[in-house]
Design a protein around this ligand. Structure first.
Ligand SMILES: Nc1nc2c(ncn2[C@@H]2O[C@H](COP(=O)(O)OP(=O)(O)O)[C@@H](O)[C@H]2O)c(=O)[nH]1
Ligand SMILES: [Mg+2]
Length: 330
């Protein structure tokens, strides 16, 4: 009897230790994530924070703040709009301390962040088909690698379509991500018809009952119109298999491109029905103001942000609370 009791004691302690270990691991993971996000915050707002702590609310204050915002890629008109809002509140509340003006400024930005429409990634179709589009070099293929891991982690099977048949090396790059995630990549030779590669991939996914198809596409063809036509053709070929597909068309934007990202969004959205945005390279820019500009200008959700070249440097934008916390942490 005693032996039995001590065995159960031992088993209980072992289980408790294991659950503590798991807890510790997840805390460590969260800490890493927070410090990474904190670094981005510093990038985006370093200059602005510096500005607020090095200036008084004198008569030139708003003009100088406007310049800061424009330099941080908030856009000229949008910067003016934000400044006006700050000015109205500062005046009506008779604020004289720059710290209080900073709080007002942060609250205005928080409100903009909270306006980003929610991103619903319910998988109601099998296969769920995602088309990744965007200009050359913005981070499409890398984003596919990182997104694949997210789906694998949530228990879904994935197949990748090497739809960038234009750039030499693009297929190999996608295959590398396929290997890292242990998922198949369907490809043809360089110069092959992109729509046909994606069509084959979807057929293969159907035959093998794979949950998610993520299709890469080329970023640069000889001109903008031909790229858009190629993408429209891909969409119509996909519709031959499932008229409701692609279920998501995600536009990848490079945050370091600043205002150019706005033009890209306009162009891609004119030709395709963009469902969501992946904003990449937020780690490499002090000009992240574009994220606010995109949110206020387009009613397209920001689905993910990418903050580095590693597979885990990829965060859902859904959890606004922690983003809020880290965008604005002192
Ligand atoms: N620093 C940084 N680099 C990135 C990020 N995403 C992609 N890259 C790099 O950007 C370059 C272009 O990425 P790629 O996925 O090939 O772009 P694509 O041409 O749109 O497919 C590569 O060197 C990537 O490693 C990111 O979030 N941060
Ligand atoms: Mg690519």
């Amino acid at each position: 009897m005693n032996k039995k009791k001590s065995f159960f004691d031992w088993l209980f302690k072992k289980k408790k230790k294991k659950s503590l270990d798991i807890k510790k691991q997840s805390i460590k993971k969260k800490k890493n994530l927070y410090s990474k996000l904190n670094n981005i915050t510093n990038n985006i707002f370093k200059k602005i924070k510096h500005f607020f702590s090095n200036n008084n609310l004198d008569k030139n204050f708003f003009k100088k703040l406007e310049e800061e915002l424009i330099l941080s890629d908030f856009g000229v008109k949008f910067s003016k709009k934000i400044i006006n809002k700050v000015r109205v509140q500062v005046n009506s509340q008779c604020i004289t301390e720059v710290d209080n003006a900073y709080l007002i400024f942060q609250n205005i930005l928080k409100k903009i962040l909270s306006k980003s429409p929610p991103y619903e990634n319910n998988i109601n179709n099998k296969p769920h088909i995602i088309l990744i589009v965007g200009s050359n070099g913005v981070g499409k293929t890398s984003a596919i690698g990182k997104l694949t891991k997210k789906y694998i982690n949530s228990g879904h099977s994935v197949v990748l379509a090497a739809g960038d048949t234009f750039r030499p090396g693009a297929v190999d790059q996608l295959k590398k991500w396929g290997k890292i995630n242990s998922v198949p990549v369907i490809s043809q030779l360089l110069g092959a018809d992109s729509a046909s590669v994606i069509y084959d991939t979807i057929q293969s996914a159907k035959a093998k009952k794979i949950d998610v198809v993520i299709a890469d596409t080329a970023g640069r063809l000889h001109n903008k119109i031909s790229l858009m036509q190629e993408l429209k053709k891909i969409v119509s070929v996909i519709k031959k298999i499932d008229k409701n597909a692609p279920h998501e068309i995600l536009l990848v934007l490079d945050a370091t491109n600043g205002q150019n990202s706005i033009l890209q969004t306009k162009t891609f959205n004119k030709y395709l029905n963009i469902n969501g945005i992946i904003l990449t390279k937020l780690d490499g820019t002090a000009k992240g103001g574009v994220i606010f500009y995109i949110i206020q200008k387009f009613s397209i959700p920001i689905n993910y942000i990418s903050v580095g070249e590693n597979i885990d440097d990829f965060y859902s934008f859904k959890n606004k609370n922690y983003l809020d916390n880290f965008f604005f942490k002192k």
